[in-house]
Design a protein around this ligand. Structure first.
Ligand code: UDP
Length: 412
């Protein structure tokens, strides 16, 4: 079975058929994605799936990587932090490295890039390539994967000089964007249903993961998977659990996360969580190593309810992952959680531990409702947040840019 057939099994045959129809409008067009790494990070992970899918649909698609020295990545890491709001000024010397590195990469890639019909430039690292390809033939799209709604202004001003000339930009959420002198498209993130983190796994594997961590899979389990970060509100989760436990004494709570070791604040938060949990043996704090995808998958599948009680959130992929596993999510009423948790339908949006406890109690005592909500949550993700939808959005955008649109519907 090829990959497209495998995706047809989970996303639906009609979805793949739709992708094929869009592709017929793009036959013979050359598409190039450019980013700065083939491994590590969300962008590489998505491209690693997306590019082969585009190729299987019959699109002439390639994926190019720009290469650079340590200083280049030091500079682009600073861009990343500055664009997300840190007041970092970048020394002239590093900016020169950034520009020279792009110039060197342009020498290598210019011929292909200028000939392409569509070029997707991912994030700031390769952004200057457009100016370095003066004889371009096709349309160029800047695909921004980060939240640049409150950037450190001098850095954004510098980068904007490169980005203004693009034909379009894509942001993950409307809230993440900046005004630009071209069309801006919103394409929300997605998950890959065939990855280790999301693929179906057998019930006994799920049960054995829970047993391994000392939990009883027969008793109700509440789960939150998150880095130990204040914005994920792990203390609020413990508070909510303690309130709900008054009505469901057999309740167990799992707080699973990692990444705290190299994040000084994370370690402080983890310690606070340990203190708050110390008096209750039914609270399980699991410190996961990087790449524990299969474990996270099993934990999400085995939970009765998943919490994501964030106080601030980007998109919240953990919400998508849990919903895909048929779990109702009780989530903070913030950021991208609002796009996913449709209140009272795919889960509940809450503002305080008391609200979360109330919803837990309701779902645990109305198992039919819990199941129905979980089912709707899964279908909602199938419709809106699988990688096939991401691909559909990209293909549609390519059609719009290549053929132009005389009429369009503006959604307010
Ligand atoms: N994740 C992980 N290990 C952990 C905690 C989280 O692999 O210990 C994963 C989680 O499954 C999700 C991503 O990291 O895929 C977190 O993305 P999200 O958008 O929920 O939050 P962020 O950490 O980006 O704020």
């Amino acid at each position: 079975m090829n990959e497209l057939e495998r995706y047809a099994e989970v996303a639906g045959k009609d979805v793949i058929e739709h992708l094929r129809q869009l592709t017929t409008l793009l036959r013979g067009k050359r598409v190039i994605h450019v980013n700065s790494t083939r491994e590590g990070g969300g962008v590489a992970e998505i491209l690693g799936k997306l590019v082969p899918l585009m190729q299987q649909l019959g699109l002439d698609t390639t994926w190019e990587i720009i290469t650079g020295s340590e200083d280049f990545f030091l500079c682009t890491k600073s861009f990343h932090n500055a664009l997300q709001g840190n007041a970092i000024d970048i020394p002239e010397l590093l900016l020169n490295v950034y520009e020279e590195t792009n110039a060197q990469n342009a020498e290598r890639l210019r011929e292909k890039l200028e000939a392409a019909d569509i070029v997707f430039i991912h994030d700031p690292q390769p952004a200057p390539l457009l100016k370095l390809c003066p004889n371009r033939n096709g349309k160029w799209i800047w695909r921004c994967h980060i939240d640049i709604s409150r950037p450190h202004r001098p850095v954004w001003k510098y980068l904007q000089n490169y980005i203004n000339d693009y034909d379009a930009s894509i942001f993950s959420l409307a809230d993440f964007s900046q005004p630009l002198p071209h069309d801006i498209f919103i394409v929300p993130p997605s998950i890959d249903p065939l990855s280790e983190k999301n693929i179906d796994i057998a019930e006994d594997e799920v049960a054995s993961v829970y047993k391994e961590f000392g939990l009883d899979p027969e008793l109700p389990i509440i789960l939150q998977v998150s880095r130990f970060d204040r914005f994920k509100d792990p203390l609020g989760v413990i508070q909510a659990y303690k309130l709900a436990k008054k009505f469901t004494p057999s309740l167990q709570l799992v707080l699973a996360g990692g990444g705290a070791k190299d994040d000084p604040e994370g370690e402080v938060v983890l310690e606070e969580v340990r203190v708050a949990a110390a008096d209750d043996p039914d609270i399980h704090i699991l410190f996961l190593p990087p790449g524990a995808d299969r474990t996270i998958n099993a934990l999400q599948r085995g939970a009765d309810i998943v919490l994501q009680k964030s106080l601030r959130e980007g998109f919240g992929l953990t919400v998508t992952e849990a919903m895909w596993k048929g779990k109702p999510v009780i989530g903070g009423d913030v950021g991208g959680i609002r796009l996913q948790v449709i209140n009272h339908y795919t889960g509940f949006l809450v503002h305080a531990p008391e609200g979360a406890a109330l919803r837990m109690r309701y779902l645990l005592s109305h198992r039919d409702k819990l199941q129905a909500m979980g089912h709707k949550a899964r279908e909602f993700v199938r419709e809106n947040f699988l990688i096939t939808r991401l691909l559909r959005d990209y293909l549609s955008l390519m059609v719009v840019l290549i053929y132009g649109v005389e009429e369009r519907i503006e959604l307010g």
